[in-house]
Design a protein around this ligand. Structure first.
Ligand SMILES: [Zn+2]
Length: 492
């Protein structure tokens, strides 16, 4: 499978042939969640996109060090370095310790990622665990003359930096435009210019998350942690930096400026950004109610969709779009994905019982395999890969129906390749029937039988029997409802 992997680099705006800094090794940093609330589906999409990338790079034989941070301090409510720390605010509102907030939502995040079958990163560093590194980095930036202290806070001097090294490369903004679009400082601010951003903030007396520093008891700026942690674990120059599209500016632009101010070189070779997820055509937002948590989607306990969707169906749905396209979650789109997912799973399950022939017919296995790799090598194009997987599904069904033939060798090779792409690369799992599931389905079948018998009794006007069944079931908390379409049951 000798062909080059092409990766779309947000920095150049082009697909580039991927070449790692060290042979066979890839360093990848992805901005992780701020753990002040349950992880939302949009974030899940970003992390699932990078899970695909992580899995494919590993499959290509790279030893990948994947670093994804947990932001547990320093992320303020807005990007202008104002407002409360998101975690401290949640702790205040719920009268608990900030670290209780962090613990609760870190657990939720990891649990949700596990349900989506996303592999854990190699290192998952926290901002609060790297205060020392962040203070050291601020000192270096100050030594280079690109940061200044005012009243115990330290700010990055964007205009000063831009005189030496251009600022705005990633987001394509130039400094004049930024100056033009910035709100004027209100006189309350310590900043010299509105474009500047905080590296260290002095804590107000009521601010509970605080650490000592040479400048004040305070806390680090949000952009700083990623530069401190990525360089600590991946070096001052590494292969891939990823995140959601919304982080391009200002977060990633600030990361570039921080690193370049000290190390005088571009910190990242390939910037990769995953696009957003909308719900019923609109941006997801708690404030408008157009919002759903992953678990609400899995359980069906939400007011937006009529039925639950399993984590694997949602993952498959996300994989059916390219990571750089916007994806819209809707019930009809998810239902279509669910059908497709089951068709694929059914075909995989048929593989073991296919009858083999002397020769194969009706399928070009070698070129099909090549097509699967070509799709993934083209900037991780999972929707095209999935379309190829469905070509194989058609073939498997045709063999199963006796319309085509497959020999033993081809069957072994097809099974291996399709499972490789399905399980290892797309990260999908075939639903396994657990013991509990089969207990439940046995119970359901028994109930259906009882209800059938009761319906028959009612037709025959044998109300003694029909009432007996209803009353005995009611005693064990099973409710029968008679509707126009027939009887249904509910287990209380
Ligand atoms: Zn970051």
């Amino acid at each position: 499978m000798e062909q080059a992997l092409a990766v779309y680099n947000s920095l150049s705006g082009k697909k580039e042939s991927f070449k790692s800094l060290l042979p066979n090794h890839v360093g990848m940093y992805v901005c992780g969640p701020t753990v002040y609330s349950n992880v939302h589906l949009g974030n899940c999409r970003t992390f699932i996109s990078f899970d695909l990338i992580f899995r494919y790079l590993q499959h290509l034989g790279y030893k990948v060090r994947y670093v994804r941070n947990i932001t547990d301090a320093g992320h303020l409510e807005n990007d202008a370095d104002e407002g409360e720390d998101r975690i401290a605010k949640k702790a205040r509102l719920e009268s608990i310790e900030p670290m209780e907030v962090v613990q609760r939502y870190t657990v939720d995040f990891r649990d949700t990622m596990k349900q989506f079958n996303a592999l854990p990163p190699s290192i998952e560093p926290t901002a609060t665990g790297h205060i020392v590194e962040q203070i050291e980095l601020i000192k270096k930036i100050m030594d280079e003359g690109y940061a200044y202290e005012v009243n115990g806070s330290v700010y990055f001097d964007v205009l000063r930096f831009n005189k030496d090294i251009p600022y705005g490369k990633l987001s394509g903004r130039n400094i004049e435009e930024l100056i033009h679009n910035s709100r004027a400082l209100d006189g309350q601010s310590d900043k010299k210019n509105p474009q500047d951003f905080a590296l260290w903030k002095k804590a107000e007396p009521q601010h509970i998350m605080r650490w000592p520093s040479p400048w004040s008891d305070g806390f680090p700026g949000w952009h700083l942690e990623c530069t401190a942690m990525s360089t600590k674990y991946l070096g001052t120059q590494f292969d891939i930096h990823g995140g959601g599209m919304d982080l391009k500016f200002p977060h990633h632009e600030c990361e570039i400026a921080q690193a370049e101010s000290v190390y005088k070189k571009s910190p990242v070779n390939y910037w990769i950004h995953a696009n957003m997820l909308t719900l019923n055509g609109k941006k997801m937002a708690k404030s408008t109610g157009n919002n759903m948590l992953p678990n609400e989607m899995f359980s069906g306990e939400n007011s937006i969709f009529n039925k639950p969707f399993s984590p694997m169906v949602v993952r498959f749905f996300m994989m059916q779009a390219h990571y750089r396209s916007i994806v819209d979650l809707s019930e009809s789109a998810l239902e279509a994905s669910e059908k497709g997912f089951h068709r694929l799973v059914d075909a995989l399950q048929k593989l073991d019982s296919l009858e083999v022939s002397e020769n194969s017919s009706g399928f070009e296995l070698e070129s099909w395999t090549q097509n699967c790799y070509t799709a993934m090598n083209d900037d991780f194009n999972s929707p095209v890969l999935i379309a190829h997987l469905f070509d194989a599904v058609k073939y498997i069904n045709a063999v199963s129906n006796g319309l085509h033939k497959i020999n033993a060798e081809d069957l072994a090779s097809l099974s291996k390749t399709i499972r490789l792409f399905f399980n290892e690369i797309l990260g999908l799992q075939t639903p396994e029937k657990s013991e509990k599931d089969s207990d439940i389905s046995q119970l359901e079948e028994t109930l259906k039988l009882l209800i059938n018998l009761r319906d028959k009794a009612r037709v025959n006007k044998d109300f003694e029997t029909s009432d007996l069944i209803r009353d005995r079931l009611q005693k064990i908390q099973i409710q029968i409802n008679d509707t126009a379409e027939g009887s249904t049951f509910k287990i209380n």
